[in-house]
Design a protein around this ligand. Structure first.
Ligand code: GAL
Length: 685
């Protein structure tokens, strides 16, 4: 993988995938929370459940290095040897998400300070400043010591650096962070004039005359310069990655196993996962959908698709999810019977070649004692345990799917920098939440079973018949030129409102909003016309009346044809939805917030332009195809209680039964059908 800094003597990874055959199964294992007698019981039960891979040591720093520079590996030796004797492989963590008490006693300046100026206390996790020199030194010391000791242990197949960078601590306003921010800015801008220009410091008299005056965008009486905040978000991401790189390179100096760190695709907005994916040997992700969402399978799918996309389509590791309830949401709804398997196999369907949980055995003490586990407090006489054992057996039947790749039909743009910029204060309306529109478009495609890859505006998009830009507020000239080329080359592009408004410094593009896309879209936006809270309007679209709210714009057409007309609100009588033929392709612009039915109506016409057709299956059935060298695998998940019948032919791997023409999928069930190439209806290659 790219991104390795030069000049470090190190060994190369032997492979990008843990040396495991089949779909890995297991979870975080925290034996230090239990007496030794329990460990033997653990491995016996792990074998019973079909566990093949466990993550060890993620929060063990205080035990491994009880005093600065003094190490105690005896217990870990014992645990890893025991796992090895039982054929269970180890994903070895570096414990750097939670430094020991002695570290903070020695280095009180290494504590994180939040935007409001509060110094973070001890007794939790994620308390250390990623910019503190003492922290940097300490993480390299512990990572090196672990790597030197376990590099050659045959059980260790993967390294797991830190835990969920950016959660719970991303931004840090400590003195170390401010100093590092200045250094980062100097490297980025070279001189103060360039910084003043990029941040537009002529506004509100912010102009800087000395680097020492430049600070982090801490809380202030009014809104802080958005360009400064955007750069601080970029800097924060870069600092976290620098910490990862420091540990990774310390490990790599000794060890050949692949190295990863667990992302949080559905929660973290601090880390630019496109950049992170280039740093790891294999992508891994933690998945915790919002339990109260009655259709949380959609959010789960979206996070999986993003994870796979940042991995460049390669198989990835589901590093954590939950067997049942989590412990940190307002109402921790327990998973219903069968839901864990549906969740697990939905991730698998979207490219995960490992299904792991937080955690193996439910804790007795501590902040997470009410979090579900593979082995619950109730023990083995429990529904959860029985389902865990069943899932292990099922995954064992899916070994041949390992390494196959998901077939995607369309792309949605997902740009962290644009999201960071868009979600700052003082935008034209509080309704302009980038996640809301991204989810709305994703959801439409999910319901139509059009599998999505995520992409950046600068990516090569030619392979996708359809590209959607649901929230591309920030668009660089390069990104805009790429999107224009995509359309000219025959693609179908859909752009949602408030797009291409600013450049990389959050400076408004001149010449009308969306000017960089004017050629592709055949229009410009003269004025934003946000609606009042609760104001609902309609759009005449074909013979239909679509419902919309929140947002309108005054469009000036430069060649686009009008497909939908506002029937009320400040833009009444003006265009709401347009389509422009450009080169060999078409660009659609949707300048209002359509409700789901309205979006469905527009997208049906968009699909026709793109030559896409929704797959044939009852509502609530998720269908994804993974493609291997010789065969396709249709993964079908029925999220409803009612049975479904799906056209398919081949062999169903879980029941090991033939499927001739139709797959009968009971309510709540999952099936994986091996079919000839192309027989799943997914013809994209
Ligand atoms: C994850 C974290 C785990 C555990 C889990 C609980 O975000 O990595 O350590 O806290 O959440 O849901």
């Amino acid at each position: 993988m790219p991104g390795r800094p030069d000049g470090v003597s190190r060994v190369e990874p032997t492979s990008a995938w843990p040396a495991l055959r089949g779909i890995a199964y297991g979870g975080d294992y925290n034996p230090e929370q239990w007496p030794r007698e329990t460990w033997r019981d653990d491995v016996r039960l792990m074998r019973e459940a079909g566990v093949t891979l466990v993550s060890v040591g993620i929060f063990s720093w205080a035990l491994l290095e009880p005093a600065e520079g003094e190490f105690d590996f005896a217990w870990l030796d014992e645990v890893i040897d025991l796992l090895h004797e039982n054929g269970i492989r180890v994903d070895l963590g570096t414990p750097t998400a939670s430094p020991p008490a002695w570290f903070f006693a020695a280095h009180p300046d290494a504590r994180v300070i939040d935007r409001d100026g509060r110094v973070m206390g001890f007794g939790s996790r994620g308390m250390a400043s990623h910019s503190a020199p003492a922290y940097r030194e300490a993480i390299v010391r512990i990572a090196s010591a672990l790597a030197a000791r376990y590099a050659d242990h045959p059980a260790v197949v993967l390294w797991h650096v830190h835990n969920e960078y950016g959660v719970p601590v991303g931004e840090d306003y400590s003195a170390h962070s401010v100093a590092a921010f200045r250094t980062w800015l100097r490297e980025r801008y070279g001189n103060l004039e360039a910084l003043n220009a990029a941040w537009g410091t002529a506004f509100w008299g912010q102009r800087y005359t000395a680097w020492e005056h430049v600070g982090a965008p801490a809380i202030a009486p009014s809104v802080v310069n958005p360009a400064q905040r955007l750069d601080f978000a970029r800097f924060t991401d870069a600092q976290l990655r620098a910490c990862f790189r420091a540990e990774r390179d310390a490990i790599r100096a000794h060890a050949t196993q692949p190295i990863t760190t667990n992302f949080m695709a559905n929660q973290s907005w601090t880390t630019d996962l496109w950049k992170w994916a280039a740093e790891v040997d294999v992508v891994s992700d933690d998945s915790y959908p919002w339990a109260a969402d009655p259709e949380n399978e959609i959010g789960l799918a979206m996070a999986s698709d993003l994870t796979r996309s940042v991995a460049g389509g390669a198989p990835w590791i589901l590093m954590e999810h939950s067997t049942s309830a989590v412990n940190w949401q307002p109402r921790n709804v327990a998973k219903r019977p069968g839901e864990m398997a549906r969740n697990s196999l939905a991730h698998f369907g979207r490219g995960a070649d490992a299904v792991l949980f937080f955690q193996w055995r439910a804790s007795r003490s501590g902040a997470e004692k009410f979090h579900s586990a593979m082995l619950p407090h109730a023990g083995t006489s429990s529904r959860v345990w029985r389902e865990v054992v069943q899932l292990g057996a099922d995954l064992g039947k899916l070994a041949e799917v390992q390494g196959s790749r998901v077939v995607a039909d369309a792309a949605i743009l997902w740009d962290f920098e644009s999201a960071w910029a868009q979600d700052l204060e003082w935008r034209p309306s509080v309704e302009l939440d980038h996640k809301e529109r991204t989810r709305a478009y994703y959801e439409r495609l999910w319901r139509d079973r059009i599998t999505v890859d995520f992409a950046l505006p600068t990516h090569d998009l030619a392979q996708y018949p359809l590209v959607i830009a649901p929230a591309q507020y920030l668009l660089t000239a390069r990104g805009a030129a790429n999107l224009e080329r995509y359309v000219a080359g025959g693609g179908t592009l859909v752009v949602s409102y408030f797009a291409a408004v600013v450049d990389e410094h959050d400076r408004v593009h001149e010449g009308g909003y969306g000017a960089p896309l004017a050629t592709a879209l055949g229009l410009r936006v003269e004025e934003f016309l946000p609606l009042r809270e609760g104001e609902v309007t309609t759009v005449a679209y074909g013979g239909a009346e679509l419902t919309a709210d929140a947002w309108q714009e005054h469009l000036v057409l430069e060649g686009a044809e009008v497909r939908g007309v506002h029937q009320g609100g400040p833009a009444a009588g003006g265009p709401a939805v347009t389509r422009h033929s450009h080169g060999r392709g078409h660009a659609w612009y949707v300048s209002t917030r359509l409700d789901p039915a309205g979006l469905a109506a527009v997208m049906a016409d968009v699909y026709a332009d793109a030559g896409l057709a929704p797959a044939d299956a009852p509502e609530g059935v998720e269908l994804v195809t993974r493609r291997g060298p010789d065969t396709d695998y249709l993964v079908a998940v029925n999220h409803r209680d009612t049975p479904a019948r799906i056209p398919a032919t081949g062999r169903e791997l879980l029941a090991d039964a033939p499927v001739e023409g139709a797959l009968e999928l009971p309510g709540g069930a999952v099936a994986v059908v091996r079919t000839p190439h192309g027989a799943t209806g997914d013809t994209a290659s």
